[in-house]
Each structure stands twice: as C-alpha cells, then as structure tokens.
Write a protein that binds this ligand. Structure first.
Ligand SMILES: [Cu+2]
Length: 143
C-alpha cells in the first residue's frame, strides 16, 4: 500500500517538474478561469421572450395596433425580425418590424386593422453574445 503510493508520488512530481513550469501552470489556470467565465456569460446571454402583447395564445376583442415582444436579454438590432401571418399564411403586418428605439429588449411591429381570425407571430433575434433564438406564437382577434 504505502509502497504503491510512495512509487506514484515521485512520478507525478517528475511529470510536473519536467513538463509544467510555474508560468505554464499559471497560464493554464488563467485560460480555464477565462473559459469558465465566458461559458457562464454566454449561457446567460441567450435571449428568450419574457412576455408579449397580445399575450401568447390569447384572444383579443379589438384588433391590436401592434405586436410587441419583450425579451429577457438585450438584442442586436440588425439581426432581429418579426412578422405576423394570417391563418392562410399571408403576411399582414406593416413591414416595420424593429427593435424599440429606447428599449433594446423590446421587438415590435405595427398592424393594420385585422379581421377576426387567428394570427401567428414569427420572431427571430440575436442576443449580444451572437446566439440566435427564434420561435412563434399565435393570438386570435375575436368577433
Ligand atoms: Cu447565447
């Protein structure tokens, strides 16, 4: 037992002293630390919808003037899109989908007066970490 342990320690020590200088060890430790920090940041920075108007799956009595989606992380304006399709797949929004000028968590697009029926909102955004998320949800304009 003690013989085995005693035999292993010198070989580990030898491996360390031959291949890993203190400076190299510090560099590795720094890289591991930075990698972990970066991974933690990117995991947090993905953008997902927090809430929307109209709400997901809701039925609204009056045609809404626009669709708004609030995200849980800041968005990159250039790579964001939002469009609204009717039940036949025709695009009905005014084509002015954009990030809000003063709130980089808010994506919005205006609507003309909509006929009663079901509508689907398609969104695609890129968060500050460069990761894209996309999805869709429906709402209904009641009669
Ligand atoms: Cu991400």
């Amino acid at each position: 037992m003690t013989g085995t342990e005693g035999g292993r320690k010198p070989s580990l020590f030898a491996f360390h002293s031959v291949n890993l200088t203190p400076a190299f060890c510090r560099t590795i430790a720094l890289l591991v630390f930075l990698g972990a920090a970066l991974a933690a940041r990117t995991a947090d920075a993905h953008a997902f919808p927090d809430r929307s108007e109209p709400r997901v799956g809701s039925t609204v009595a009056v045609s809404p003037p626009e669709v708004k989606i609030w995200f849980d992380a800041p968005l990159e304006p250039v790579f964001c899109s939002i469009k609204v399709l009717d039940s036949q797949g025709n695009r009905v929004d005014r084509g002015d989908g954009r990030l809000d000028a003063s709130d980089n968590h808010l994506l919005r697009v205006s609507l003309p007066p909509l006929q009663p029926g079901k509508y689907t909102v398609y969104w695609s955004v890129v968060a500050w970490d460069g990761h894209r998320t996309e999805g869709n949800f429906s709402f209904e304009v009641g009669r």
